[in-house]
Design a protein around this ligand. Structure first.
Ligand code: HEM
Length: 208
């Protein structure tokens, strides 16, 4: 779970970097983004990374589900005295629910863009490339669609708040000197990455 989780964190960084191009909402931005999307769906080395991403999502979700069941079975009766709020935080206690919500988001998200890019009936831009840019721009003109993205990014933030540092710990990478740095990096990652992801749809809604 840790290895796939941390790989998905790297995917998020790459995906965010590519998505930042969506701040270019004009004609030049359209040509640039569509050329980029074509490259991302056809270049062989990127395709391998994509398959690794799909595998990681499925593995991470299935393994998380199985682990949750295993944990429940291992402790069928609740502790007589338990104050989980004293030694864990909201994110740590709700990883399964947060993860499930992210999975719902990913299915919706991939149906909207990834499926359309691969098999949908998109128009073409001036360079003759499939016009994914226009689809993204029109999708985020819808207030409730944009709201779903913003809420989902909040959920992602909570999941990463605990998940980032937990991934390092599960891999055995814990050390008195480095663990506090990993924790702080994790908190910064959990806030900044989802925030930047969320700003894109909101920007397109108002200025796209
Ligand atoms: C502002 C937020 C986001 C925007 C505008 C966005 C946009 C897109 C677009 C346009 C595609 C299709 C690209 C293509 O098929 O060439 C895509 C694919 C994808 N997105 Fe996002 N995305 C966002 C956030 C996220 C987040 C937060 C996640 C994960 C939690 C995610 C997961 C994926 C995955 C797994 C794919 C398929 C990637 C692949 O085929 O390699 N996206 N996204």
């Amino acid at each position: 779970m840790a290895a796939t989780g941390l790989f998905l964190c790297i995917f998020l960084l790459g995906h965010l970097a590519g998505n930042l191009q969506l701040f270019l909402t004009d004609e030049a931005g359209k040509l640039q983004f569509n050329a980029y999307a074509l490259f991302m769906t056809t270049f062989p080395a990127v395709k391998i990374l994509s398959y690794l991403t799909y595998f990681s999502i499925v593995f991470h979700a299935v393994d998380g589900f199985l682990l949750t069941i295993q944990n429940r079975k291992a402790r069928p009766t609740k502790y007589a005295y338990s104050r989980p709020d004293k030694n864990t935080n909201f994110a740590a206690r709700n990883m399964a629910v947060l993860g499930s919500l992210i999975l719902v988001f990913i299915v919706l998200h991939m149906r909207s863009f990834w499926y359309e890019m691969h098999w949908g009936e998109l128009g073409t831009d001036a360079a003759g490339n499939r016009d994914l840019h226009t689809l993204v721009m029109t999708s985020f003109k819808n207030w409730w669609y944009t709201l779903i993205y913003v809420i989902s990014m909040g959920v992602l933030g909570f999941h990463l708040w605990h998940g980032f540092q937990s991934g390092f710990q599960s891999l055995g990478l814990s050390h008195p000197r480095y663990s506090p740095i990993i924790k702080k990096t994790g908190y910064a990652f959990a806030v900044l990455i989802p925030l930047l992801f969320a700003v894109i749809p909101v920007y397109i809604y108002f200025f796209g």
